[in-house]
Each structure stands twice: as C-alpha cells, then as structure tokens.
Ligand binder design. Structure first.
Ligand code: NAD
Length: 352
C-alpha cells in the first residue's frame, strides 16, 4: 500500500493531448492504493469520465494550486507562469537542468515555495537508464515530418493523428524520387523511432551514433538530403551544422528535423536557429540558396497522443506504484544539485 495522493493536472499548452497516465493504468494505480485526482482537460486524448469510471476523483482544470501540500502533482510539460511560489512536489519534464531559457526562474519558484521538481527526464534506474520516455515516438514523428516535407506533402497546421493514418501517407508513392537521410543518435530511443518511420517511407538511412561523430565528418553530414537529429547531448561537442554551412553552395542538405530541440542550451549541436517551430507553422526556411528547411517541434509525440501516452504510462506505472523507490530519490537529489548550482538555499528547496 502507499499513501501517495497523485494529482493528474491539465496541460496548459493547447496542442498537448498526451497524458502520463492512461485510464487503464489509472485503474491499476487506484487498485494499488494510490489516491488519484484527475483534472478535467478539454484536449486530453482520454476524457475525464474514463478516469472517473476507474475510481479517480475529477476536479476542474488548474485546481492543483489549492491541493493539499503533500499532494504530488503529475503532468508532462510546462507549468503555467503563476503561482510564483510552488509548494508541491511536481512530476513533469522541467527542462531546467541544462541552462535552458527560463530554467533558473522555474527552480527559484520551487525554492521560494518549498516544493520540488521530480523531473521525468531524470527518473532513471541504478545504471542511469531512463525508466519512462517518449523518445521512440518523438523520433518516429520527427523523421515522418521530415519525409513529408521533403516530398512536399506536409500540410499545416499539424493535427494529432494515429499510426495507421500516418503510415498511409508515409508510404512512398509509385515513382517517388529517392533521397538520402542521416539519423544521428541512431542507437537511442528516438533514433530507433526515426529509423522505423524512414523504413515505412521506403528510405534506408545512414545511421550515426557516438562512434561516428567522435571525429565529425561534417562534409559527409551535409552530403545527405535529410538530417534527423536524435542525440541526447550530455557534454558539449562541435556543432553538427554551423552558420557558415547555411551559405555553403556545396551543401546537399535540404531538410533538417531536430528532434532533440536543445535550442538555447550550451549543449545544442544545431546552433543555427533560435526558436522552435510550431504545429501551426512547422517548417521554417533557414537558408534560401541552397534552400534549407527546419522542423524543430518540441512536443512531437503529442501528434500521436494515444499511442505515445499508452507506451509512456505503461513504463511509468510501476514507478508510481513504488513512490518510495530509489529512482524518485535520485530525481530529488538531481533537483537539489540543480538548486545548489544555482545558489538557491538548499534548506529552502525540496521537502522529500
Ligand atoms: N522533440 C520532442 O518532442 C522530443 C520528445 C522526446 C525526447 N526528445 C529529445 O530527444 C533527444 C533524444 O532522446 P532519446 O530518448 O532518444 O535519448 P537516448 O538516450 O535514448 O538516445 C540518445 C542517443 O544519442 C546518442 N548520442 C549522444 N551524443 C551523441 C553525439 N555527440 N553524437 C552522436 N550520437 C550521440 C547516444 O549514444 C544515444 O544513442 C533528447 O534530447 C530528448 O530530450 C524530444
């Protein structure tokens, strides 16, 4: 049994249809003794009624702010800008430990309120491997959008879909022009997803991982028509594409899909753009001659909300059922470290 009170919050971003817990797993949580509160959320792929049917209490969107202090608030993406002081423990992807824009402000909000960020990106086993991740679907979609763009078949705005419908448009039409594609970070979760989408699209990509970029052959990289970047950078490395490559008349690269989206971070391997692209306008032209198009969408798996939520929830469930387990302790430690690095008083930050 557990005394965990988990509060599944509404996502503020209107395109975010995913959820970290699907109704089937909500049932398992309730059966496992977790008190589950679920916020109404108009865009969530699963209606609140499906959570209610398995024993969750339903509350209005955004009401976590007034939840009892020992409640653990669960979400995926960013919190709203208010309140300024965060008093709860929050599980979500904070994107706050790599010097990203807004990172320090978020950590200060936690420190000010005595809450804590339990960042899903840092929920790892004792060998440092991520326990729940959306990577496969991110890579799948990053590559799928790149293919559709390259074949001039991408329509905006992007809309959530399902895998069968996406595969139908991905398959090559008879007589389709062939092109070359490079997946970097090919051995990781999103790399595998990217390779799967390219296979459906009838493209056999070049696959690079750490071994192939150690001594970066940028000329070979720029010699592909399409690049799908799927690396998870942990230390700074020479950029894969530089400003001067945009003007290089010998560049063959035409479509750049950045799944990693480390824009603004010192670890960014693609420092040739300064903001992500959006569902309304997924492609930005970075260079006119020769042309280079960028796709850099930071919530790709939300385009396949049902499939990606179900996979993520399946992996997160055992961790939620064991909230006293070591992985959450590691998350807490990582949060404390980030606060210390920022000079935030440790006493103020994190109560678990
Ligand atoms: N855009 C989105 O919607 C979205 C969604 C989920 C994840 N992501 C991001 O995608 C990235 C990858 O996630 P993942 O789950 O696939 O990670 P992962 O750890 O499973 O895989 C990353 C791969 O990158 C490789 N790598 C690291 N540095 C490299 C380098 N310098 N050169 C070549 N290969 C290198 C690693 O060896 C590994 O195989 C992360 O930054 C993650 O935050 C983006």
């Amino acid at each position: 049994m557990t005394d965990l009170h988990l509060w599944l919050r509404h996502e503020v971003r209107s395109t975010e249809r995913r959820t970290p817990v699907v109704p089937d797993d909500a049932r398992r949580l309730v059966r496992g003794g977790v008190r589950l509160t679920v916020e109404e959320s108009p865009q969530r792929i699963f209606p609140a009624a499906e959570y209610e049917a398995v024993g969750a209490r339903i509350v209005p969107a955004g009401s976590w702010e007034s939840a009892p202090r020992d409640t653990v608030v669960l979400g995926l993406k960013e919190l709203p800008d208010e309140p300024g002081e965060l008093t709860h423990r929050h599980i979500f992807f904070g994107h706050a430990y790599k010097g990203q824009p807004g990172a320090a402000d978020l950590l200060r909000r936690f420190a000010a309120g005595g809450g804590a960020l339990l960042d899903l990106e840092y929920l790892v086993d004792d060998r440092g491997r991520r326990l729940a991740a959306f990577g496969f679907w991110a890579g799948y979609l990053g590559a799928a959008l790149a293919v559709l763009r390259h074949r001039d078949r991408l329509t905006a705005p992007l809309r959530p879909t399902d895998k069968d419908a996406l595969e139908a448009v991905l398959r090559p039409a008879p007589g389709e022009k062939e092109f070359t594609a490079l997946v970097v970070g090919a051995l990781g979760r999103s790399g595998r997803g990217a390779r799967a989408a390219l296979e459906t699209a009838g493209v056999e990509p070049t696959c690079w991982d750490l071994a192939e970029t150690r001594d970066l052959d940028r000329r070979a990289l720029l010699d592909h028509d399409v690049l799908v970047n799927c690396v998870l950078a942990t230390t700074p490395v020479p950029p894969f594409v530089r400003e001067e490559d945009l003007d290089d008349p010998a560049r063959r690269l035409r479509t750049l899909s950045d799944v990693t989206c480390d824009v603004g971070s010192p670890l960014n391997v693609l420092p040739v753009y300064d903001r992500t692209t959006e569902w309304t306008d997924p492609v930005r032209r970075l260079a006119k001659e020769p042309p280079l198009d960028l796709i850099a969408i930071d919530n790709l798996p939300s385009l396949l909300p049902r499939e990606s939520s179900a996979d993520f929830s399946r992996d997160l469930l055992p961790q939620l059922l064991d909230f006293a387990g070591a992985p959450w302790g590691r998350c807490q430690e990582r949060f404390r470290l980030a606060c210390r690095e920022l000079g935030v008083d440790e006493e103020e930050s994190g109560r678990v």
